[in-house]
Write a protein that binds this ligand. Structure first.
Ligand code: G3I
Length: 300
């Protein structure tokens, strides 16, 4: 196949990108995105600060713009994200204890009701762990260690059709503390019946030319817990072709690795634009990394 989405679809997978609503008027951007991808994540527009700027007042205009753009082109959409220490609206940042716990529950219910039955998956909880595998201190963590499972139980009730994911960065290296901390949480949730369907590995790779150690082992180990895995925010310093080919190959080698999403279209669209980490250059031209990914998808 000659596009990323079609090549991934040959093995039942998807290939996605993050979309920013502010760029939907740029025809170079929309031409590439519309041609190459079959899954979309809103880069910022479905986050808590965007969707509930005032308590109890939900706004979905930017999120819906992306949802409509994607689904009109036959793409699916991943929701990102419902409970996170960052990008909280101001009113939420100043809450704690039982009032924050209730606000989190109300937020999940409010946003998921709007998108009920429409999204392939939600990143229910984002980035809740420290590098050593302990829980990140945050106002959410301050509401009690059970906040993550409460978020997932609330989400399951709010929209039983959406796959519910835990999403984090630096959980690609199997021998890393954070990876093990997240693994133990998923294992615990699965053993106690806490609803969770998938783990998102953000896959923001920095430096080096090889993959983090045992990357494929990480994918297969999470999958062995009975959850899907996905690479949810891929970008790679200088778009190393070796790392892009390797991460794609690793996903193809793991049956429950259901898809790959790159975190933007062109280098100029990236939050790390100075590192040129994506598959298209600022002019919209395919980079060598694009070809390495496409070939790996086609070989699977
Ligand atoms: O929209 C405002 C604009 O009105 C204002 O003029 C401008 C001035 O600073 O800021 C704009 O908001 C920025 C927003 O991106 C949209 O461009 C925020 O400042 C900026 O903080 C925000 O950055 C986003 C970042 O998450 C925030 O945490 C990045 O675009 C986005 O790529 C990044 O994505 C995260 C994932 O959600 C989670 N994993 C890590 C990943 C990279 O940081």
């Amino acid at each position: 196949a000659s596009t990323l989405g079609a090549a991934a679809a040959q093995s039942g997978r998807y290939f996605g990108t993050a979309i920013a609503a502010s760029r939907l008027g740029d025809s170079t951007y929309t031409t590439i995105a519309g041609r190459e991808f079959n899954m979309v994540t809103a880069e910022n527009e479905m986050k808590p600060d965007a969707t509930e700027p005032q308590r109890g007042q939900f706004t979905f205009s930017a999120g819906d713009q992306i949802y409509n753009w994607a689904t009109q082109r036959g793409m699916k959409v991943r929701g990102h994200t419902l409970a996170w220490h960052a990008q909280q609206p101001g009113w939420m940042q100043s809450l704690g204890g039982s009032s924050l716990r209730q606000a989190m529950i109300d937020h999940i219910n409010g946003v998921m009701a709007h998108y009920k039955g429409k999204l392939a998956a939600w990143d229910v909880v984002n980035e809740a762990f420290n590098e050593d595998g302990s829980r990140r201190q945050s106002n959410l963590q301050g509401t009690g260690n059970d906040w993550i499972e409460v978020a997932f139980r609330t989400a399951r009730n709010a929209d039983p059709s959406a796959k519910l994911c835990y999403n984090d960065y630096n959980i690609e290296n199997w021998s890393y503390g954070k990876t093990q901390g997240v693994y133990r949480m998923i294992q615990d949730f699965r053993s106690r019946g806490v609803p969770i369907d998938c783990v998102g590995l953000q896959t923001h790779f920095t430096g080096g030319s090889s993959l983090p150690s045992n990357f494929q082992t990480t994918l297969s180990s999470f999958a062995a817990l009975g959850v899907d895995v996905a690479l949810t925010e891929v970008d790679v310093t200088n778009a190393s072709t070796t790392q892009y080919a390797g991460l794609t190959q690793a996903c193809m080698n793991v049956p429950r690795c259901i898809g790959i999403t790159v975190w933007g279209v062109r280098d100029s669209d990236s939050w790390r634009s100075s590192e040129s980490p994506l598959l298209f250059d600022g002019g919209g031209n395919k980079k060598a990394a694009y070809t390495s990914v496409l070939n790996a998808l086609n070989a699977a």
